[in-house]
Design a protein around this ligand. Structure first.
Ligand code: ATP
Ligand code: MG
Length: 246
């Protein structure tokens, strides 16, 4: 219940922030390949539990690194793939990302999420993007949720300069798609390369690791201790604050 409540509160806060024009987007490097991989990996567990196949159709050519807001980009993908899994009882969910060049420095990203789920009646194709709107009055009872996911998704896509839409037939499944323009960058690749090199130079086995953490919150201290022992860290100490740690 607390998880559900937290989701609703966060959704309402996000939506009011967007509607008040206060949602400021970040503009940093996004690895489009990694972003979608992480969403498929995270939601894959839910699909597996429902015995639904979640298939990520990766194009042969990798996506370029781009500038944008990775958190909000992942949020859009999570909402669409999450819905596809939620409203499908058997069959599969296909995620098809692609892009086309707009000019030398810009691309248009497109992602299609197709499911074999319950489908949405034609007269609801527009209203599902409205706040608190669900296709059916029994949706909350049967599936949970508040009908805010797609409203937030559409607002975020449009804030990022993109468009979103769907095709669907009752009982046959749905396809939600969105497009988004991005500026290409090589910033992410450099950062990643550096990080990877550093990791190789300093890789040690967990049992040889000695870790000192400065953390003042007792709950976090307990959690850290549990995690460190699960990772098999050889020596782990916690100091209540940075001064003690020094
Ligand atoms: P939440 O706020 O938790 O996301 P929700 O999933 O009900 O709740 P939306 O994601 O906004 O809300 O979706 C709105 C409605 O559109 C849903 O209630 C459902 O009726 C319909 N819908 C969305 N995605 C699909 C889908 N892939 N297949 C069938 N119906 C869908
Ligand atoms: Mg939803």
């Amino acid at each position: 219940s607390s998880t559900n409540l937290l989701k609703i509160v966060n959704d309402i806060l996000d939506l009011s922030k967007i509607e008040a024009g206060e949602m400021l987007l970040e503009r940093i490097g996004i690895d489009l390949n990694y972003a979608l991989d992480s969403v498929v990996l995270t939601l894959g567990h839910i699909a597996k539990e429902k015995h639904i196949k979640l298939i990520h159709h990766k194009p042969d050519e990798k996506f370029p690194f781009v500038l944008g807001d990775p958190t909000r980009f992942v949020r859009v993908l999570t909402n669409l793939v999450g819905n596809a899994i939620k409203y499908t009882h058997d069959g599969q969910v296909d995620v098809r990302p692609s892009y086309r060049k707009l000019d030398d420095t810009h691309i248009e990203y497109r992602c299609e999420v197709t499911d074999t789920g319950i489908g949405i009646p034609k007269e609801k194709h527009l209203s599902v993007f409205e706040n608190f709107t669900q296709a059916d009055s029994s949706t909350t009872r049967k599936y949970g949720g508040t009908g805010l996911g797609l409203a937030i998704t559409k607002q975020l896509v449009e804030l990022m300069g993109g468009t979103i839409g769907l095709t669907s037939e009752m009982g046959m499944g749905s396809t939600f798609w969105f497009t988004m323009p991005f500026e290409i960058t090589d910033k992410v690749s450099e950062e990643k390369y550096r990080r990877r090199r550093k990791m190789h130079a300093g890789t040690i086995f967990p049992e040889h690791a000695r870790i000192l953490a400065a953390e003042d919150h007792p709950m976090n201290q307990i959690l850290m201790k549990k995690l460190m022992s699960r990772f098999g860290i050889g020596s782990f100490e916690i100091a209540d604050n940075g001064v003690i740690a020094q």
